[in-house]
Design a binder for this molecule. Structure first.
Ligand SMILES: [Zn+2]
Ligand SMILES: [Zn+2]
Length: 368
């Protein structure tokens, strides 16, 4: 068994693509391969998640290596009434990289434990939390994740020690007004006018300009029916992103205060809810340095790329759930085009064995 197997594993996993929380065949495939390698596999951890412990038998820290497994839904080109699963985020590659590194990890570990974690439900932002509920973090000191990167972020064949994900949230605000004949607007409370004011207020909010953040209204709904009647409600949705958790929390509390203020000034009744949330990264600086060194030693100075940005990642729920956990998350310059989450996303899979080699080298550095 060599790390070269990452390419074949990935090609086979690619054809099994399954949506978040439905990764049954993917999970079975990985479990079978792990058993063939002689590992004891714990199945159904947080849904279709898999856990394998590799114990050196010598006291030391426990390092969790996490790969995600799920694909994304797209409308079928043959039958537009159907959704199909496509590995457009490269999670097949991540599972393959971890799978191909498993046996060599067993050979290099000299102290502590490695916990291999194949996680379902990343795209639905539920898998890390579900696995945490099933105890995946028990005894874990360090967690390491990784992701392939698009060509715009990193040159092919390079690696970075940190992907600078963002903290993000969806905020939904329902504004209830009071219906009235449009000829007598003073007898009603127009929620559309309140919504316009709310969007304007939120758009004028100020947060530390040295940090990156954004707030965008993404949905607006009101009732259908007579156009000469003041409607009774408006529902708004906002996508909010920030460089770190602190800025995100500041924005959310200001948005809530603006909603409370609207109730006073317009007389509306508002329902403010955070319907989706994903924490941002809080990486361990020492581990980032160790990862930088490992990349340089393994592939040479020229292979080390600068940390680069990306969307949200549910991996950060691990740190959020267990604050003392030390985390790191490396990027693999896989030359992905045209971009992640594009249904036609492709990348050069000849990089995958190097991804597995990096995983092994990192284990050796920490626990060798
Ligand atoms: Zn994704
Ligand atoms: Zn992804």
């Amino acid at each position: 068994m060599t790390t070269q197997n990452a390419i074949n594993f990935r090609r086979e996993l690619h054809n099994l693509a399954e949506l978040s929380k439905h990764e049954e065949k993917t999970s079975q495939y990985i479990a079978t391969k792990l058993r063939e390698m002689g590992f004891t596999v714990k199945e159904h951890v947080g849904g279709f998640g898999l856990v394998v412990d590799i114990d050196s038998g010598v006291p030391g820290p426990t390092l969790m290596l996490r790969a995600d497994m799920d694909a994304l839904p797209y409308v079928s080109e043959e039958d537009p009434s159907k959704l199909i699963a496509i590995h457009a985020c490269g999670h097949d590659a991540h599972s393959a990289v971890l799978l191909a590194s498993a046996q060599t990890i067993k050979d290099v570990i000299k102290k502590g434990k490695v916990r291999l974690v194949f996680q379902p439900g990343e795209e639905s932002l539920s898998g890390a939390l579900d696995m945490t509920k099933d105890g995946v973090l028990e005894g874990v000191d360090i967690a390491c994740g990784f992701h392939i990167r698009p060509i715009q972020d990193m040159p092919f064949g390079t690696f970075c020690s940190a992907i600078t994900h963002v903290a993000c949230a969806t905020i939904e605000v329902e504004i209830k007004g009071r219906q009235a004949h449009a000829a007598r607007p003073h007898l009603g409370i127009n929620p559309i006018e309140a919504a316009v004011q709310y969007i304007t207020t939120v758009g004028l909010m100020k947060v530390n300009p040295n940090k990156s953040w954004s707030i965008k209204p993404t949905q607006i709904h009101s009732e259908k029916g007579a156009t000469n009647s003041i409607p009774s409600f408006v529902k708004l949705a906002f996508d909010v992103r920030a460089q770190d958790n602190e800025v995100l929390n500041e924005i959310l509390s200001k948005m809530k205060a603006a909603s409370d203020g609207l109730e006073i000034s317009f007389g509306t009744q508002n329902y403010f809810e955070r319907t989706e949330f994903c924490p941002g990264p809080d990486y361990d600086k020492e581990l980032m340095k160790t990862m930088d060194e490992t990349i340089k030693e393994q592939f040479g100075e020229q292979a080390l790329a600068a940390p680069c940005g990306g969307g949200g990642e549910d991996f950060h729920f691990y740190k959020h759930s267990k604050p003392e956990l030390r985390t790191v998350y490396f990027g693999i310059g896989a030359g992905a085009t045209p971009g992640l989450h594009d249904r036609n996303m492709t990348f050069d899979d000849s990089i995958l064995p190097s991804g597995s080699d990096l995983v092994v080298a990192f284990v050796k550095k920490l626990l060798g």
